[in-house]
Structures are given as structure tokens and as C-alpha cells.
Design a protein around this ligand. Structure first.
Ligand code: SF4
Length: 324
């Protein structure tokens, strides 16, 4: 099959749009979607200047998503003096897995001449995921611990690095899966957080606040296209699955979504269009009746993180791991 835009062979067919694209036009289309998302989400403020650039900390795991995001952002903004890019990698302490993906991060950062910071669970929290998964003191999936620890370290270190935004490599499939999980679980507060965390908060950062707004510029690009882009561009992405991967429910939703997308191309896009509207309505509702979480949060008496309790979830989990 020929490319829709030139006479070269197509390397991909997107059923949701009907497009057949060659390597050059496919890569350009992925980059265009990322740049459009950056623009539509107003990531770059009008008052950013070379003297006062906007600092974007990118969560770089070494997997295909964060590697592709980092490469496209570097290509687009690497020489723009209004933006300062910093890559931040988290080492969870997973033998034979994170070491290799960290190698991919180091290689990419060196190729792009990008500032790269590495933070480990062991140094920062005194735990390693291999030990946490083995001890499992509160009987939950390894990813549930890991998600809490990683979120905490990404947010606190992004704040320390002076981030104006924390960018992560969530793709369209990740986002549609999360949307469906929140809806199926009836978790409207979590739906509202999607708006607060990634869509509506760039202008609302309080002076002196540690809160770093999140952005997901890859969220319009399906997972398979991210993988194809990484392959065609020969990016140093690490593909192996984590030995503790355990999100069984997400796996079920993933299979369901793939089937729906196959039978009804465009399902993921329509889920996200509806979900973003729903998230905004839910966020407005919780704000207007004063029941949004923001007003209820205090500081963890141990680490100072924002929490609704005396001691935050991360510190309670670390206590449980240490006591096991
Ligand atoms: Fe952590 Fe789970 Fe990801 Fe492994 S798969 S790195 S345990 S969140």
C-alpha cells in the first residue's frame, strides 16, 4: 500500500483515521500531534523568556513512551531558550530490569546532551522494590506500592529541580484505560483529579507552592504508534516487562479496549473526548460545593508531603515494609 501523501510504501495504517503513511510522514504525524498537544494545553507560557525559561522535568523511565516523548521534546524545544528540559529517572531497585532501562536513559540523555538526574528508592526511601514485593506487608500488588513511591519521588524531585511542569509519557491507550477504570469503579473524585492534575491547573500554581502541574503531551498517540516511532527512529528504548508487573485489572481493561478499537476504530479517541469533558464538570462541581481535596490537605508530619492524614500513605507503607 502506498503512502497517502507520497509514492513511498506505507509503514502503517491507522484504522481510526483511515491514513496510510510512509516512514517520513508517519514520524511527522506523531511529532505534529505532540506539538499540537503542547500548544493546545498551553504548556509554554507567553511570558517565558531566555532569562526566565519554563522548566519542564520529564519523567524518563527508559521505556518506549518516555524515550519518544523526550526525543520529540528535545527536537522541538532543545534549542528554544524559553524552555529548560531536565530528564528525571527513578530507580525502583528491581534487579535486572531497571538497570537496563536506566542504561537506555543514560544513552538517550547523552545523545541529546540533556541534563539527567537519577533518584533511587533505596537512597531516598530506604527500600527496594524487590524487597517490597517479597515482603508485601499490607497484601497488595507490587505496582500499588511502586506507584505511591514513584509519584512521591517524581513530584518532590521535580519541585526541587524548580519544575514549572512535570511531563510524563502516558500514551492514548494508557489514558483511555485509566479513564475506563475510573468510570467502571464509579470513582468520580478520581475523574475530577484528571482535570486538576493534567488539564486545568497550569495557571493556578500558587506562589511558593510545591505543587507541580502535570502534562502528558503524548496522550493523543496510540501505544502501537509510539512503539513504531521508537523503532523507526532507532531510539534506545528498553522493552522488557518488569518482573513485578501485576496490574491485573488494567490488563483486563487493556484487552477489552483493544477488542473495542478493533471492532470500532476511534473508540479510544471518543472515550478521551468524553472523559475530559466529564473531568472538567466533576472538578467544577467539587470546587463549587467546597468538597475538593485541595482545601483538606495538610502536611505529613514525617516528610512534609501533602496529605489528608497526619502521616502520608508513602510513609505509612515504608513503615509497614520496615516492620515486616
Ligand atoms: Fe513498579 Fe509495577 Fe512498574 Fe514494576 S510494573 S516498575 S512494580 S509500577
Amino acid at each position: 500500500m502506498e503512502c497517502d501523501k507520497c509514492d513511498r510504501d506505507a509503514v502503517m495504517h491507522a484504522a481510526y483515521s483511515g491514513a496510510h503513511l510512509c516512514e517520513t510522514h508517519f514520524c511527522a504525524s506523531v511529532e505534529k500531534r505532540v506539538r499540537r498537544r503542547v500548544r493546545e494545553d498551553s504548556l509554554l507560557p507567553a511570558d517565558a523568556t531566555p532569562d526566565d525559561p519554563d522548566t519542564w522535568v520529564i519523567g524518563l523511565s527508559g521505556g518506549k513512551d518516555s524515550v519518544v516523548l523526550t526525543a520529540i521534546l528535545d527536537e522541538t524545544f532543545g534549542r528554544d531558550p524559553r524552555v529548560e528540559l531536565v530528564a528525571l529517572s527513578i530507580h525502583e531497585g528491581i534487579e535486572g530490569y531497571r538497570d537496563e532501562s536506566l542504561d537506555a536513559c543514560v544513552e538517550l540523555a547523552a545523545d541529546l546532551d540533556l541534563r539527567h538526574e537519577v533518584v533511587t528508592y533505596e537512597e531516598e526511601l530506604g527500600v527496594r522494590m524487590d524487597d517490597v514485593a517479597e515482603k508485601d506487608p499490607v497484601n497488595m500488588a507490587p505496582c500499588a506500592y511502586c506507584g505511591v513511591f514513584r509519584r512521591d519521588l517524581l513530584e518532590s524531585h521535580a519541585a526541587e529541580l524548580g519544575a514549572d511542569k512535570l511531563l510524563t509519557g502516558h500514551n492514548l491507550d494508557d489514558e483511555a484505560q485509566t479513564a475506563l477504570m475510573n468510570v467502571f469503579e464509579g470513582d468520580v473524585r478520581q475523574v475530577a483529579k484528571h482535570f486538576d492534575a493534567s488539564l486545568g491547573s497550569f495557571d493556578e500554581r500558587e506562589e511558593g507552592s510545591d505543587f507541580v502541574p502535570r502534562a502528558k503531551p503524548l496522550r493523543d498517540v496510540p501505544e502501537k504508534e509510539v512503539a513504531l516511532y521508537a523503532h523507526l527512529k532507532e531510539l534506545p528504548a528498553h522493552i522488557t516487562e518488569c518482573p513485578h508487573a501485576s496490574e491485573a485489572y488494567r490488563g483486563e481493561i487493556q484487552r477489552l479496549l483493544l477488542k473495542l478499537e478493533e471492532n470500532h476504530p476511534g473508540t479510544r479517541h471518543s472515550i478521551m473526548a468524553g472523559y475530559e469533558e466529564l473531568a472538567e464538570l466533576a472538578a467544577i462541581r467539587y470546587r463549587s460545593d467546597g468538597s475538593d481535596d485541595a482545601g483538606e490537605l495538610g502536611e505529613c508530619e514525617r516528610c512534609g508531603s501533602k496529605t489528608a492524614r497526619d502521616v502520608c500513605r508513602k510513609c505509612r507503607l515504608i513503615d509497614a515494609v520496615e516492620a515486616a
